[in-house]
Design a protein around this ligand. Structure first.
Ligand code: KIV
Length: 312
């Protein structure tokens, strides 16, 4: 290979780094393996990812489920909530994530409006995530009232993840992002929601923003694995948002968020150091520059000398 190759090593990240623990062959995660994990009491891990690089890193960290959440409306696109993100925007990000994920189960969120008009519409949009973006399941918010619609999507051979409790697409109905399931009536409704989705055959059930005690009851009641976010430690698994765990949200974290790194500091420090190096002429250095060969340099000198001579 030429030493002047722009991308040393050919540029394929997989040739350079693999974070998979050595000696542990990784199995492809499927809907069936999630059920198996619940039966074996093995915690299920899920993180969101929205682009190729983050998807690769999350997948190579052996996370079970990669979720292209509609939270990308805020984290990636700067919208104030999840409501305005479109199917086409979700597909665009899901395709990028698909290219980065090898082993995890790839789940895409059905955005607001893509399943609210009717079941035909829901099946058509869900099929786009499978056919056009390579998703292996879609996620739909809502409980009992969505059970028939979810059954229709599953009948079209599309695995569906449920999502109950604090469902961000219902922010206007809920009157804000509030913990759900705090009164006896709300607990009863949540139990009905969970059982209805379990009977409909969801691949797993996201429990968001509900008391630990309620999440524990649901988890004990349903056969489908529960994956909690702000729902306490008794769920079958946990999901967090990629940008939350890395301090990339520009807002104070919710109570349940644990920060595992500070990418905001890392990126700011790197950008500032780059700027300082450029304005102080410390970047690029000679050894970071391309050079002519000796022969070409000599030939160029001769040409330039001749031109200078003609001008005199
Ligand atoms: O959109 C999302 O990121 C989600 C998770 C919070 C479960 O739905």
């Amino acid at each position: 290979m030429s030493t002047d190759s722009i991308r040393q090593g050919g540029g394929a990240l997989e040739d350079i780094v693999s974070l998979a623990p050595i000696g542990e062959p990784r199995r492809k995660i499927t809907v069936a393996s999630l059920r198996e994990k619940k039966l074996q009491h093995q915690p299920i891990t899920c993180l969101t990812a929205y682009d190729y690089a983050s998807a690769r890193l999350v997948d190579e960290a052996s996370i079970d489920i990669v979720l292209v959440g509609d939270s990308l409306a805020m984290t990636m696109l700067g919208y104030p909530d999840t409501l305005s993100v479109t199917v086409d925007e979700m597909l665009h990000h899901t395709r990028a994530v698909r290219r980065g994920v090898k082993h995890a189960l790839l789940v895409a969120d059905m955005p607001y409006g893509s399943y609210h008009v009717g079941a035909d519409d829901a099946v058509r949009n869900a099929a786009r995530f499978m056919k056009e973006a390579g998703a292996e399941a879609v996620k739909i918010e809502g409980g009992e009232k969505r059970a028939d619609l979810i059954r229709r999507v599953i009948d079209a051979e599309i695995p569906v993840a449920g999502h109950i409790g604090l469902t961000p697409q219902s922010v206007n109905v809920m009157g804000g992002y509030k913990v759900q399931g705090k009164s006896l009536a709300e607990i009863e409704q949540l139990m009905r929601d969970a059982v209805a989705l379990d009977r409909a055959g969801v691949a797993f059930l996201v429990l968001e923003g509900i008391p630990r005690e309620v999440a524990a009851m649901i988890t004990a009641e349903v056969a489908t694995p529960t994956v909690g976010i702000g729902a306490g430690p008794d769920c079958d698994g946990q999901v967090l948002v990629f940008h939350d765990i890395l301090n990339l949200t520009f807002t104070p974290p919710a109570k349940f968020v644990r920060r595992y790194g500070d990418a905001a500091k890392l990126i700011t420090d790197a950008a500032q150091s780059f700027r300082e190096d450029v304005i102080s002429h410390q970047y690029p250095l000679d050894n970071e520059s391309y050079h002519l060969s000796k022969e070409t340099q000599q030939a160029l000198e001769t040409v330039l000398e001749r031109k200078r001579g003609m001008r005199r």
